[in-house]
Design a protein around this ligand. Structure first.
Ligand code: FA5
Length: 338
């Protein structure tokens, strides 16, 4: 090995040995091993040598390059490890610091009522059905025995998007949709969902509210089956001491029809009743339009106002609290029902 090459190699290894930062190591690599580095430039000296001397000198330059390269690699790894250990030491987690307080939301009270009733009715063999909120006049009214000129349409004025399409005024159209789907087979469903009416807002009325429809169609269904299902529901919701009162009413899709009130104890200690739903035996016309033979099949149906249930259950003074997203109101229902 020529003296110059030896000298360069010694110098490079010394510099590597005494370096103590990664940029310094990189500088040394550039200085000796890059294209214009002093070791690489030694190859240019091959031209001045005789053909016999060239292979030996070339091999010596390559060995020097390899030695310096290895030393650089070892030093670099060593420095990287030191850096990593320092980083770990500095970023140590202090487990004694207090944790962050995350805000935990809760299930909306209306959904708590819906989920509670879904559990109850699923336990009694019902399926949960769904239907569109933007509904066809055909399902919302006609299939429910309310022809175009039926005066009872006035009781449920709605928001129309065109002559035949409206925001559904009740969940009853799901009755018709389910009957057509089940093509004459016995059925038992509930259907929770939003409904819309052009009602003026006040503490107990809203232009958008929530209903749960119930429908049972089978052979040998009587009014007693309806009363049984409703009493079970009311006692599940409000306690075993409650009673229900059925008042004769009128719906074009049920015959006979009733409004159902639930008992409660007034502030002065006397017994009062509050209306929570409409119900009745399914009208033969509705059964026939849904594809069921009214001579063979009977049914009962009901439509519950979910807000009215929640108002009673949680003693709420104004229906509008449900829609204004006031966290002070909503926060009171954390885990109430579970
Ligand atoms: C109906 O909507 C019938 N479809 C119910 C029905 C279904 C009857 C199946 C027979 C068979 P009604 O308009 O009474 O009925 O409404 C039912 C319930 O929804 C009421 O008892 C009440 O609890 C609630 N409700 C009605 N209008 C409003 C309103 N604007 N805001 C809040 N709740 C309302």
């Amino acid at each position: 090995m020529t003296n110059e090459l030896l000298e360069l190699k010694k110098q490079a290894l010394l510099e590597i040995e005494s370096s103590n930062s990664l940029p310094e190591v990189e500088e040394i690599r550039v200085k000796y091993l890059s294209k214009k580095g002093s070791i690489s430039l030694m190859m240019g000296k091959l031209r001045d040598l005789s053909p016999e001397e060239r292979p030996k000198f070339g091999a010596e330059v390559n060995t020097a390059k390899e030695k310096i390269g290895n030393a650089l690699y070892v030093k670099k790894t060593e420095l990287e490890n030191i850096e990593l250990l320092q980083l770990l030491a500095n970023e140590k987690i202090d487990v004694t610091l207090p944790g962050y307080q995350f805000y935990q939301g809760s299930i909306h009270p209306l959904h708590q009522v819906i989920e509670d009733l879904e559990d109850l009715f699923i336990g009694m063999g019902y399926d949960v059905a769904e239907g569109p909120e933007l509904e066809n006049d055909h399902y919302n009214f006609e299939m429910m025995n309310l022809a175009k000129d039926h005066p009872a349409r006035g009781m449920q004025d709605s928001f129309y998007t065109d002559e035949n399409t409206l925001l559904r005024t009740h969940t009853s159209p799901v009755q018709a949709r389910t009957m057509l789907e089940k093509v004459g087979k016995p059925l038992r469903i509930i259907c929770p969902g939003k409904v819309y009416r052009r009602d003026d807002d006040d503490p107990t009325h809203s232009h958008q509210f929530t209903q749960i429809e119930g429908l049972v169609v089978d052979e040998n269904i009587t009014f007693a089956n309806l009363k049984d299902a409703l009493l079970k529901m009311v006692r599940h919701l409000f306690g075993e001491d409650r009673v229900i009162r059925l008042r004769p009413s009128y719906f074009p899709f049920t015959e006979p029809s009733v409004e159902v009130d639930v008992s409660y104890v007034k502030k002065d200690g006397t017994l009062g009743y509050i209306e929570i739903l409409g119900a009745g035996r399914v009208h033969p016309n509705v059964l026939a339009m849904g594809g069921y033979d009214p001579k063979k099949f009977q049914g009962f149906a009901f439509g519950i106002g979910v807000e009215r249930i929640a108002i009673l259950k949680y003693n709420i003074d104004d229906i509008r609290h449900f829609y204004t997203n006031d966290l002070r109101f909503l926060g009171q229902f954390k885990g109430v029902n579970r």
